[in-house]
Ligand binder design. Structure first.
Ligand code: TNX
Length: 511
């Protein structure tokens, strides 16, 4: 009798082990929890196995993509596939190529085909290949043992984004974050196919980018931060390192110098920028709206010209962000000509203007972009002037807003934004009268008054960031919270493996 029970138990245990093994084997590609959700996935029910002998084949144009993928696979399982150039499709391995012929993949779309022996990523350019690689990486664990079998379900993914501009902002002015932190932030964006990082480089509490023609901006104006810490700044070399790291990950850096308000760090560094000729004190509090450049002094425009020139030289991307928000002590009759003249300076250095929605009170130059954060009237004025819009509604997209009243970090002046609130909105219908044609895309800002460490950043950014990435990438009709939260739950394991200090929202059934 005892033996019989033992035998039965052994059989049941055996079956259970077998079952768990089969559920671990990914044979249905449509079951993978991709974020952002791809346009179309077709499963073919087989498996590709990634091994030590897998080779990545590339064309000259996709060499960099191949190297990137090889490095990433090295980070996952210690596999560092050899990257070989070829002029024709190989029979097995991974093949990254520029597509031939007509397709609807656009600037950033890709096709990922996984067969039993061959994985193909093809796109119209390297940006698309990069996105295809991110999708492929999501079929694998973030970390694996070198002896673990790495099987990938077969099928075809055809994918392209809803918006060409999908970004996040990091405020390095209120608290300074060093190059390593910014690179980690860039990796977060890249994994979710975001292609813009907006850096808020100056504010009342600190000036964070070296300007060689005005050195005190950083040596003095960068020497502190909110709470009185030691602050910091990027040299030109360090900034270039950030720009290049981003570029390799299909991310454009948008530098912002906030003008004419939010300028106390500059006003403390150079007495001549103040109307009364007296330098202000450094500021380490969190009030807004008390500072302004002296809009009727000529030296102010010489200053802006120098700053924009140096920034433009450091920026391969098309944009310079001039801030323009919350200039409460600049009278409107001074603010308007100031913004007009500042826009001309940006244009004269070959760059396009972006500003917070207040800049629409001025006469916008051609190709100006208005960043909607709070004011519908301003944004509508911008659209009426022909400007495009970046959607960053504070009530939905501000990552510095607390999740609820118990959140450790963050503010709540605009709203509490739980993970579902952050996800469940549509940029194209959020503001009446502003439609998809007017919108470049979406950006989720992280202001840093309450965060001083990478851990704190992670708590506010995760798990909301993947949701913003999906809003930018996936069509609204294909998105719904009930289904998204299951995919997000699966990404909890990825956050853990990356040692991300994320907020375990009770709304998500974490695995
Ligand atoms: C408003 S949004 C600001 C920032 C603050 C932020 C805090 C915007 C353009 N200005 O100066 O850091 O609120 O949430």
């Amino acid at each position: 009798m005892k033996n019989k029970i033992f035998l039965t138990l052994t059989i049941i245990a055996g079956l259970l082990i077998q079952m768990s093994c089969t559920t671990e084997t990914p044979t249905d590609l449509t079951k993978t929890s991709f974020i952002p959700k791809p346009v179309k996935i077709t499963a073919t029910g087989n498996e590709f196995e990634l091994t030590k002998s897998t080779v990545i084949f590339v064309q000259d144009e996709t060499q960099q993509s191949g190297e990137y993928l090889s490095n990433e696979l090295n980070g996952i399982a210690g596999l560092k596939p050899e990257v070989k150039t070829t002029d024709k499709e190989p029979g097995k391995g991974i093949y990254i190529s520029i597509s031939e012929g007509e397709n609807n993949l656009g600037e950033e779309g890709y096709e990922l085909t996984i067969d039993k022996k061959l994985i193909r990523i093809s796109a119209n350019n390297s940006a698309g290949c990069f996105n295809g690689i991110q999708t492929l990486l999501q079929t694998l664990p973030v970390k694996a043992n070198s002896d673990e079998e790495l099987k990938i379900a077969t099928g075809v993914i055809h994918d392209f984004p809803e918006y060409g501009f999908r970004g996040a902002m990091l405020d390095v002015a209120r608290h300074f974050f060093d190059v390593e932190d910014v690179k980690r932030y860039i990796d977060f964006l890249a994994a979710y196919k975001m292609n813009v990082l907006h850096l808020h480089l100056s504010d009342d509490q600190g000036w964070r980018i070296e300007i060689k023609s005005w050195p005190n901006l950083t040596t003095y104006g960068g020497s502190t931060e909110v709470g009185g810490g030691e602050g910091g700044f990027y040299t030109h070399e360090q900034y270039a390192e950030i720009v290049n790291y981003a570029l390799e990950r299909n991310i454009t850096i948008i530098p912002e110098i906030d003008l004419p308000g939010h300028t106390n760090a500059a006003l403390a560094s150079y007495a001549e920028l103040n109307c009364d000729g007296k330098a202000t004190e450094l500021y380490t509090g969190t009030e807004v709206g008390f500072s302004t450049l002296c809009t009727d002094k000529e030296i102010t425009y010489k200053f802006i010209d120098d700053v924009v020139r140096e920034l433009a030289e450091l920026s391969p991307g098309p944009y310079i962000h001039i801030g323009g928000d919350e200039s409460h002590v600049t009278p409107m009759e001074d603010y308007i000509p100031f913004i007009n003249r500042t826009q001309e300076i940006v244009v004269s250095h070959g760059k396009k203007v972006i500003g917070w929605d207040e800049i629409a009170n001025a006469s916008l130059v051609e190709n100006a972009t208005v960043q909607f954060w709070a004011d519908v009237k301003n944004t509508t004025m911008g659209v009426e002037q022909g400007a495009k819009v970046i959607m960053s509604p504070a009530k939905k997209a501000y990552m510095d807003m607390q999740y609820d009243s118990t959140s450790t970090f963050g503010l709540h002046w605009a709203a509490y934004i739980e993970v579902d609130e952050g996800y469940s909105w549509n940029p194209a219908t959020y503001v009446t009268g502003i439609t998809k044609e007017n919108i470049l895309g979406i950006e989720a800002p992280l202001w840093s008054e309450t965060v001083s460490e990478m851990d704190h950043i992670e708590y506010l950014v995760f798990p909301r960031l993947p949701g913003y990435a999906e809003i930018g990438w996936s069509a609204p009709a294909t998105r719904n919270w009930g289904e998204y939260k299951l995919r997000l739950a699966h990404h909890g394991k990825r956050f853990d493996a990356l040692d991300i200090n994320f907020y375990r929202s009770a709304l998500v059934p974490w695995e």
